[in-house]
Design a protein around this ligand. Structure first.
Ligand code: SF4
Length: 378
């Protein structure tokens, strides 16, 4: 039986050290015994969590870099969307949202600040909780504030199709991952040898949408699962593609992810949502980078129900929604790691006192680095 290495943290993480050593041996071989370096980006907060938790960067050869890209939906939720939720709370309506949205800072404060001022902002653990809140308070308007990637979108779509209570509406900050990968590559200001694509998003969208990156951009792609050895294997698979000069769209997570994705979930998604150009915090507008509720379900869209798009404040979203001194726009784009931010180094920004959005969510790169003291430059 192979030796099992256990790295303990709050939850504990287990993986087979023998298999990891074999993968690392293969990686060295694919890098021509270390003569060639490798720079890969993942776009997934869960991948970043596993990488930091398992200490993967410290296991890799010095000339292999794994960069965290825009993979945290809470971090990239635009301040305009947070502002809309605050407007609704100030109007006396009930806001129901997931816990990590509460502390996301904006020019007008956070939802937690609004709650402290006596506004009705409630943490929910599922959309069902928001539905129940609406049923329990039939004379109130309840708004479910939803931020997420494609993994979460079918759940929102199913809830809309199920016919929610008439006093429930949806304020959506839903993003799609391939358009932002496209934007990153088209900007050309980041040198990459390959992308690790997220296993959970890919269970919904499949691997076909990544073909364009291998075909048009000649960028190696590997869709990976969430065990440390899944990620190590994905890195080695990218190194092999680079060695062979054959960029491909490979799937390391075959048992879970199909090339066509989850057809039923995609049908739900396309029935309820249209692709739209939306603002990603720290990045700006991303063409087709998000989803809007279709007009036929407009009565459930908080934007339409409360005329939110006409209630703007020109100061919102300036500097891409990034607070002064915060480098989240560079962290989100993979241009620097958290340790390069002076506020991270000085500990002025920390999980108890987050200055930027990347320090709030469990999927935020700065928060993860702070929890595991992970230096991405290693
Ligand atoms: S450490 Fe804080 S201030 Fe610096 S980039 Fe991260 S979230 Fe922004």
């Amino acid at each position: 039986m192979s030796e099992i290495m256990i790295r303990f943290d709050k939850q504990g993480i287990f993986y087979d050290k023998g298999i990891a050593a074999k993968i690392l041996g293969k990686l060295q071989e694919y890098l021509d015994d270390g003569k060639r370096g490798l720079r890969v980006m993942h776009v997934c907060g869960t991948h970043e969590h596993v990488i930091a938790q398992a200490g993967i960067r410290s296991m890799l050869p010095k000339n292999v870099e794994v960069i965290s890209g825009p993979g945290c939906p809470v971090c990239v939720c635009s301040t305009a969307d947070i502002y809309k939720a605050l407007l609704l709370a100030n109007d006396g309506h009930m806001i129901a949202t997931f816990g990590d949205m509460m502390r996301v800072p904006s020019e007008k404060g956070s939802l937690q600040d609004a709650k402290a001022r006596g506004k009705d902002v409630r943490v929910v653990y599922s959309i069902d909780d928001a539905v129940q809140n609406a049923k329990d308070n039939p004379s109130r308007e309840v708004i479910f504030f939803a931020a997420g990637f494609e993994t979460f979108v079918p759940v929102v779509a199913a809830s809309i199709l199920a016919g929610p209570p008439p006093n429930l509406s949806f304020l959506c900050s839903l993003k799609t991952i391939t358009p932002v990968m496209d934007l990153l590559l088209s900007l050309g200001n980041i040198q990459l040898d390959g992308f690790i694509t997220p296993g959970h998003v890919s269970t919904i969208i499949g691997t076909k949408p990544y073909d364009v990156f291998a075909n048009a951009y000649k960028m190696p792609i590997v869709t990976a699962g969430f065990q440390p050895n899944d990620i190590l294997l994905a890195i080695a698979m990218i190194a092999r593609q680079v060695r062979d000069r054959e960029p491909r769209n490979e799937n390391e997570y075959k048992g879970i992810v199909k090339s066509e994705g989850n057809v039923k979930a995609l049908e739900l998604m396309h029935d309820v949502f249209d692709e739209a150009t939306v603002v990603w915090r720290g990045i700006g507008p991303v063409p087709n980078g998000g989803l809007e509720i279709k007009k036929k379900y407009g009565h459930l869209d908080a934007n339409a129900r409360f005329g939110l798009d006409t209630r703007t404040d020109a100061s919102i979203g300036k500097n891409k929604g990034i607070p002064p001194g915060c480098s989240c726009h560079l962290v989100i784009m993979g241009q620097i790691g958290p340790h390069a931010c002076p506020l991270f180094k000085s500990r002025k920004c920390n999980p108890q006192n987050p200055i930027g959005p990347c320090m709030v969510s469990d999927e935020g790169t700065c928060r993860i680095a702070s929890l595991y003291d992970e230096d991405q430059s290693e």
